[in-house]
Design a protein around this ligand. Structure first.
Ligand code: FAD
Length: 390
């Protein structure tokens, strides 16, 4: 019998990782084992945050891992970023979401499109977790179609006035700053840094979620918020801005979903070997073995997809369509494994002592945010045919 419980590495993908990658994986895995797994069920059941989560993630180097060291990042490669996301999501998608948003949706745009002053002012504090960031693209009337956004950023007397609303925003209720995308008077998409405390800026929480319950979600509301010119991201004036952030986050999600799937798979293997019915372990029955064999097959395929995508990303060659394929495939894979592995545990699968229901409910958000399952399929269809079906 192959011992895969510690690594879940059927195709020896470890041989493709650097020693640094493996060290990082171990440190994040240790953190998740000691700091997240013992408390995550309580946090999710009670809709509570993990205390000081962002400061802890910052201390681990999990915020902006690929941002250069001079701006407070860890200066790591994209495989390392993926591995960090995988290990965090083995704990919970809420933890990975917090790190994804901060890294790919807040630090990345400041690093890529920001001025030198903005980079120096915000990136080190975001990397340490002293500042919590959020990313406002989705609006009440525009989700899959952000090009139709209504939020306005209009120049007036040397500053800008922001009006509109963003919805379903991760970490909105607790953010110190928000990267907000809005249209200017020429209808161009601009990005700006909105700071908590600015007059007319509020962040009400979205309550009663069944998903990502250990993460805060909310709205960003702007009523004549005066934004100083130095808070505008100078190097972007089109949807390329938010889309490039989403590409980075979606890449990380493709790895993160593998972490959730592995957590479900390993729990199911252990349970199936221990639980006896009809005088034998349920792992001895072909129907249960079929499920376990398919889980491992799908996890292995997803691992190879994300690893290869990481190599392409390191080479600057990963295309948005490739990222769509990996995000879509891997999140769907993880959701199916969460559902099927829950069945292996029978009634025990529905209680919080085991992670399946929590992962399943979380992954219902993950399959919707950062581009829905259907939209990513249409992106692949567009790439094949050259015809947009949107
Ligand atoms: C927990 C959570 C956290 C989130 N965090 C953030 C965040 O931090 N920042 C942010 O900006 N957004 C965030 N989002 C929003 C998320 O990105 C959107 O929910 C997502 O883009 C889908 O938009 P929508 O919900 O408005 O669905 P809609 O766009 O209304 O889509 C509804 C359905 O219609 C389908 N559909 C839409 N258009 C087409 C088409 N042309 N062809 C076929 N089918 C179509 C979709 O696939 C979907 O199934 C978050 C969402 C959740 C649930």
């Amino acid at each position: 019998m192959t011992d895969m419980n510690s690594t879940c590495d059927y195709f020896n993908i470890d041989a493709l990782l650097s020693d640094e990658n493996k060290l990082i994986r171990q440190s994040i895995r240790d953190f998740v084992t000691t700091e997240i797994k013992p408390v995550i069920d309580h946090a999710a059941q009670h809709h509570e945050d993990i205390p000081n989560l962002m400061l802890k993630l910052g201390a681990l180097g999990a915020l902006g891992p690929y941002i250069p060291v001079e701006y407070g990042g860890a200066g790591l490669d994209h495989i390392a970023y993926g591995i960090i996301m995988q290990e965090l999501e083995a704990g919970d998608s809420a933890i990975r979401s917090a790190a994804s948003v901060q890294s790919s949706l807040v630090m990345y745009p400041i690093f890529t499109f920001g001025s030198e002053e903005q980079k120096k002012q915000y990136l080190p504090k975001l990397a340490s977790g002293e500042y919590i960031g959020s990313f406002g693209l989705t609006e009440p009337n525009h989700g899959s179609d952000p090009a139709a956004m209504e939020t306005r950023l209009l120049k007036k007397d040397g500053q800008y006035i922001l009006n509109g609303a963003k919805m379903w925003i991760t970490n909105a209720p607790i953010c110190d700053i928000a990267i907000v995308w809005a249209r200017d008077e020429q209808d161009k998409i601009r990005g700006c840094i909105v700071e908590r405390g600015m007059d007319g800026f509020s962040t009400p929480e979205t309550l009663n979620k069944w998903s990502l319950r250990a993460s805060k979600t909310g709205e960003l509301i702007f009523q004549n918020v005066a934004i100083p010119a130095e808070n505008i991201l100078p190097e972007v004036n089109s949807l390329r801005g938010p889309f490039s952030c989403l590409n980075s986050a979606r890449y990380g999600i493709s790895w993160g979903a593998i972490g959730a799937a592995i957590d479900c798979y390993q729990t199911a293997v252990k349970y199936a070997l221990e639980r006896e019915q009809f005088g034998k372990p349920i792992a001895s029955y072909q129907l249960q073995q079929k499920k376990l064999a398919e889980f491992l097959t799908e996890i292995t395929k997803a691992q190879l997809l994300s690893w290869r995508l990481g190599v392409l990303k390191n080479e600057g060659k990963a295309t948005p369509a490739q990222i769509s394929m990996a995000k879509r495939n891997n999140v769907h894979m993880a959701l199916e494994i969460a559902r099927e592995s829950r069945q292996i545990l029978g009634a025990m699968g529905i209680v919080g002592d085991f992670p399946m229901m929590r992962h399943m409910m979380n992954l219902e958000s993950v399959i919707t945010y950062e581009g829905t399952h259907d939209i990513h399929l249409l992106i692949t269809g567009n790439d094949i045919t050259g015809i947009s079906s949107f």
